[in-house]
Design a protein. Sequence first.
Lengths: 207, 222
Amino acid sequence: MSQLTVNNLACVRGDRLLFKNMSFALSAGELLYVRGENGAGKSSLLRILSGMLIPEQGSVLWDGRDVINGNEQYRLDSLFISHLNGLKDDLTLVENLRFSSYLATQSSQASQISDALGAVKLEAYAHERVGSLSQGQRRRISLARLWLSRARLWLLDEPFSALDVASVDLLAKRLQQHLQDGGMAILTTHQHVDIQAAVVHELKIAR
Amino acid sequence: MIAFLIEVVRRDLLLAVRRPADAGTVLIFFVVVASLFPLAGNPDPVVLGNIAPGVLWVSALLACLLSLPRIFSGDYADGSLEQMVIAPQPLSVLVLGKIVVHWLISALPLVLLAPVLGLQYGLQGEPLFVLVLSLLLGTPTLSLIGAIGAALTLGSRGGGVLVSVLVLPLYIPVLIFGAGAVVASQAGLEVQAYVMLLVACFLLSLVVAPWATSIALRIALE
């Protein structure tokens, strides 16, 4: 059983202390909402958890092992989707997903990629360049990585932004399935989306 | 690891092919800069022959410098770099792949065009051959060292100018050995020592640059 443990985390951006003494734990099948005003430090928290940002203080443990200074297993087990989509305008949808899937899982099978594009209802655009698509569609390609992922911990920064109602529903279903399969998810969102999970935590970052 | 390197090279080459103008402008810059010297100075064939090694090498170096910010800026702006940094795949291998593509797209065309410009300056026979050889051995070092500078200046305003200030001093040894080889060959001297030094510069930067660049990238994304 995998577990994420956060102890006494403090984060400073510029001269500002965003939060301190933050501790929580997350186990299989659990969902954590991170809430707070704009600039409260939600994205910074996710960037720390992804291993990109080094916290001022505190530790993040994955199955009891430190993740901050590079942890091979954690990199395989976690998936971070930031508010940036990370797509190349000059590549087609399939080419984009092929590379990000290869980066995250060391494999990229054509059948899986077309399945993932099917899941986000973009199979018709598979061989078009991303540059010609709308914001919402780009977000959906980025989120298609969730259908390709084998990671157990998902870190999602505003996953519902720019999505239409049907897509929000699709994503909520995918999240539910992930949690039922024993995955974990941490997400920041301003929207209210109904996601069924065994245990739902809420973390509010106040100034 | 090799498979990953090939995957990175493939992706970046594909991107470069979809944007041919980027590589084209670098090449045109090289030709224009190299052609400015005879216009500004004395177009006497003997004088041109004397300045040819330095002018061609400096032009190639500046053209290479011009294309450096592009190694990482696109991936930084659209968020691809975030995925690369937190991926389970080794970042230094990815960096090496991007450097290989930078060399193939921005430096190799200069090497291939150099004989034509060399001929314009009256270089012939062995000196012309040595010019191409020295560029072939020297430009990979320029791409390797340049990547460190490009990563360090990522996200800073006026990154293009800053990268020049950082990287140009480090280019000096390569410039001296590269242009020196051509000068020596013009004087009928042995060029082996220069060639060995260029190879040494290349090997040293091959070991240091991918590692240093990945550290700089991690800092840039904090």
